[in-house]
Design a protein around this ligand. Structure first.
Ligand SMILES: C[C@H](O)[C@H](O)CC(=O)C(=O)O
Ligand SMILES: [Mg+2]
Length: 394
């Protein structure tokens, strides 16, 4: 069969929201005194941008096939990731068949092991991998969820992440995840404020709506345990990413410590089947939350998900818009999805990767019909109004 080959790989950078969703302007809820591992330094407490959460920006990977079809994807990674794509990874793609996804993944991973394994290198590999799936879908004229074996549901349902679960409830979401605002360095007073915010939100949303707390790696085991115990009376459904991602032992202990019925979730800053194997085999959490743009891409997420299934863990991918929607539609152990509220006041639904993608579907009444995903590839295009920069053209 005449399978097209890969002719050219290009890597661009982009600023302002989108795949690097922390790259927002002043006044956004996502940068308003959120507890982080840097909160112990008072000068970095109020804004995550002060410590550089948005330094990377977005990476755009474009892959052009011999028949002229172009696939693309976006992830967090910016200029360092563009360097890795152009100077290192492109050699494994150019000349290969567009169907060689598994082999290309292996070559990208093995050849970067000596400086990679996690973090920005795996973000970069993820971006290339997603662009390959987009390309294959476009060549075959099939949506990615079909390439993955087909959807197991006709509709996706979403919980919302943002500062206003009460508004998310009115918009039809099944739950709301709030950022934790105060970390251990703010002492008992901070802990009291965290619990008061949760109590206030519980009062607003009533007893049944899911409420979760995202702790963004900011706590220690003792604080996380106290928070979980205090939050139980306010019906907290899960405590997310309470500890640093390398503290597998802490997560295993936290899972034992939380009140019965409360779930422990983590994994948005974990990568590859080997990282998730640690979380799953050590009994660290009930739900894993890989980000398909950061964990190794779709090729790797399929493996992570099978591993999770065998451990009776749910896979609820972190954010990542269409890149996770196509995946979630195909898995029984991903019964719902996350939607990140990117409106500055979390008071309306806007596309998660706005303004970088066009054709990006959004939940309506907290739901999305599968038919919204029935376009070739991931079904989105790059917004031509966004200024692409190619720092390392060959
Ligand atoms: C709200 C969190 O601090 C973070 O910005 C997003 C996140 O961790 C999540 O969506 O999960
Ligand atoms: Mg999170």
């Amino acid at each position: 069969m005449g399978i097209p080959t890969i002719k050219h790989v290009r890597a661009f950078t982009l600023r302002g929201g989108g795949a690097d969703y922390h790259d927002q302007a002043d006044g956004h809820w996502i940068d308003d005194h959120i507890a982080t591992p840097m909160s112990k330094y008072p000068e970095y407490r109020q804004s995550r941008r002060t410590f550089g959460i948005n330094v990377l920006g977005t990476l755009v990977v474009e892959i052009e096939a011999s028949d002229g079809t172009v696939g693309f994807a976006v992830t967090t990674g910016g200029e360092p990731a563009a360097y890795i794509v152009e100077k290192h990874l492109a050699r494994f793609l150019e000349g290969a068949r567009v169907t060689d996804i598994e082999k290309i993944w292996d070559q990208m991973y093995q050849s970067t092991l000596y400086y990679g394994r996690k973090g920005i290198v795996i973000n970069t590999i993820s971006g290339v991998d997603l662009a390959l799936w987009d390309l294959l879908g476009k060549i075959r004229q099939e949506p990615v969820h079909q390439l993955l074996g087909g959807a197991v549901r006709d509709e996706l349902q979403f919980y919302a992440t943002g500062a206003r679960p009460d508004l998310a409830q009115k918009m039809g979401f099944i739950g709301g995840k709030m950022p934790l605002h105060h970390g251990p360095a703010e002492g008992e007073e901070g802990l009291r404020k965290n619990l008061e915010e949760l109590a206030t939100m519980r009062e607003r949303v009533g007893p049944d709506f899911w409420l979760m707390l995202d702790c963004w790696m900011s706590l220690d085991l003792n604080y996380a345990t106290k928070l979980a115990v205090g939050a139980h009376e306010h019906g907290l459904k899960w405590i997310e990413e309470a500890l640093p991602p390398d503290d597998y032992w802490g997560y295993a202990a936290l899972r034992n410590n939380v009140p019965k019925g409360m779930l422990v979730t983590t994994g948005e800053h974990e990568a590859t089947r080997w990282g998730f194997r640690m979380l799953l085999e050590m009994g660290c959490c009930d739900i894993i939350q890989p980000d398909v743009g950061w964990c190794g891409g779709l090729t790797e997420l399929v493996k992570i998900s099978a591993l999770a299934d065998a451990h009776n863990a749910l896979v609820i991918p972190h954010g990542s818009s269409v890149y996770s929607y196509h995946f979630v539609a195909t898995r029984h152990n991903s019964p719902f999805a996350e939607f990140l509220m990117m409106a500055p006041k979390a008071d309306e639904v806007v596309p998660m990767f706005h303004p970088q993608l066009l054709g990006e579907p959004v939940p309506v009444n907290g739901r999305m019909r599968l038919s919204e995903l029935d376009q070739p590839g991931f079904g989105v295009t790059l917004n031509p109004e966004c200024q692409l920069h190619r720092p390392y053209s060959r």
